[in-house]
Design a protein around this ligand. Structure first.
Ligand code: PLP
Ligand code: TYF
Length: 396
């Protein structure tokens, strides 16, 4: 039976890491996968995470199962990060949250919940979007449609295309929105554009699904939640899938959450009961460690402040690398204007390099970036930037 199964294609991003590992060149650079590296090129465990783990190791008395929705303290902390303390949505108990395995697991739970419990079968995603979105949502049975987002000529937002395309959406359609630090473009909506999108969702009865994987990597924890909060203040219903892989550096702990917001407490509670049923049928209940780490840090005023400093350090280092990258390209004799890179948010820069140039970077120079031209600025250091920029100057 199995012998007729065809080979699945490699993941466009993770497949690149496999090729990178096999590359024998000493000065190779991996700017494919979105993983934060410090100035030494390492991805260390955050100090606050180590402190929380020490506390947890000491206090742990059991490995008993968590409830289906995970750690209660974690779920309330997630809601505060998303909507802000004392938000009306939280006060009115219109939001219910379940801890879930990473942003990916949270998105998949959202998709399974929607497919089984609503008539919403069409999801609009930005063009371009994170490569795994299509995979997650199609696997769950949703039909994908695309809305315009990016204008290659200007390296900027194509908001007119976004709004024009979404005019064709039908009541009940779902719209996937990147909370901040859009992957792969690094281009986010302004506050007034968020207002427009929120109003469009109200007028056309669209249901927003926020993918929020980079809170704190744009401008700050509160600033990065503005888009979500603007839309949430307008629409009666929405879903949020958030991740702490990047902002707590908890990549392999698989920690995120799915939050459902409904028009009133009763509807939210019933919807959440179906989300729990979905979870029960998928992995029963989440792994504990990541949720305990995050809730330990967020519920301790000192640890929380230390975490915010660590997060700001990551954010600021990436911003510095953006500026240095643009300057170094110039000093390597590149005439093209790359200043747009210092205006983009988050881990990624959408370089505008062609597939052919991306292949030459890999084959001739050992510089690995994603085929779309997406570069992980979070993997740049003062040491590797000259190597990267020399190579880019050659392929241009
Ligand atoms: N959503 C986006 C836009 C991402 O870029 C990522 C990870 O890179 C995720 C979701 C998933 O994150 P996680 O590793 O927590 O599953
Ligand atoms: O770099 C990116 O966009 C992501 C990173 O399980 C990633 O694909 C890697 C592994 C994973 C989830 C996300």
């Amino acid at each position: 039976i199995f012998s007729q199964i065809p080979q699945a294609p490699a993941d466009p991003i993770l497949g690149l890491t496999d090729a990178f590992k096999k590359d024998p060149r000493a000065d190779k650079v991996n700017l494919g996968v979105g993983i934060y590296k410090d100035e030494a090129g390492q991805t260390p465990v955050l100090k606050t995470v180590k402190k929380a783990e020490a506390i947890l190791l000491d206090a742990e008395k059991t490995k008993n199962y968590l409830g289906i929705e995970g750690v209660e303290l974690y779920n309330t902390a997630v809601q505060t990060l998303l909507f802000g303390a004392k938000n009306d949505i939280i006060n009115a108990k219109r939001a219910y949250t379940a801890q879930a395995p990473g942003g990916t697991g949270s998105l998949r739970v959202a998709a399974e919940f929607l497919v089984r419990n609503t008539d919403s079968k069409t999801l609009w995603v930005s063009n371009p979007t994170w490569a795994n979105h299509q995979n997650i949502f199609q696997t769950a049975g949703l039909t994908i449609k695309e809305y315009g987002y990016y204008k290659a000529e200007t390296h900027d937002m194509d908001f007119d295309a976004m709004i024009t395309d979404l005019q064709a959406a039908q009541p009940g359609d779902l719209i996937l929105l990147h909370g901040c630090c859009h992957n792969p473009t690094g281009i986010d909506l302004s506050s007034s554009q968020w207002e427009t999108v929120g109003q469009l969702c109200v007028d056309k009865e669209l249901v927003p699904l926020f993918d929020f994987a980079y809170q704190g990597f744009g401008a700050g924890i509160e600033e990065d939640a503005q888009g979500l909060r603007i839309v949430a203040a307008k629409v009666p219903e929405l879903l949020v899938a958030n991740s702490f892989s990047k902002n707590f550096g908890l990549y392999n702990e698989r920690i995120g959450a799915i939050t459902v917001v409904a028009a009133n407490e009763e509807t939210a509670q019933k919807s959440f009961s179906q989300i729990k049923k979905t979870i029960r049928a998928t992995y029963s209940n989440p792994p504990a460690h990541g949720g305990l780490i995050v809730s330990t840090i967020l519920s301790d005023e000192t640890l929380r402040q230390e975490w915010e400093v660590e997060l700001a350090e990551m954010r600021q280092r990436i911003a510095e690398m953006r500026v240095l990258f643009v300057e170094t390209l110039k000093s390597e004799g590149v005439k093209q204007d790359f200043s747009f890179i210092s205006r983009q948010n988050g881990m990624f820069s959408f370089s505008g390099l062609s597939k052919e140039q991306v292949n030459r970077l890999k084959d001739e120079f050992g510089v690995y970036i994603v085929g779309s031209g997406r570069i992980s600025v979070a993997g740049m250091t003062k040491q590797n930037i000259p190597v990267i920029c020399k190579a880019i100057a050659q392929v241009l």
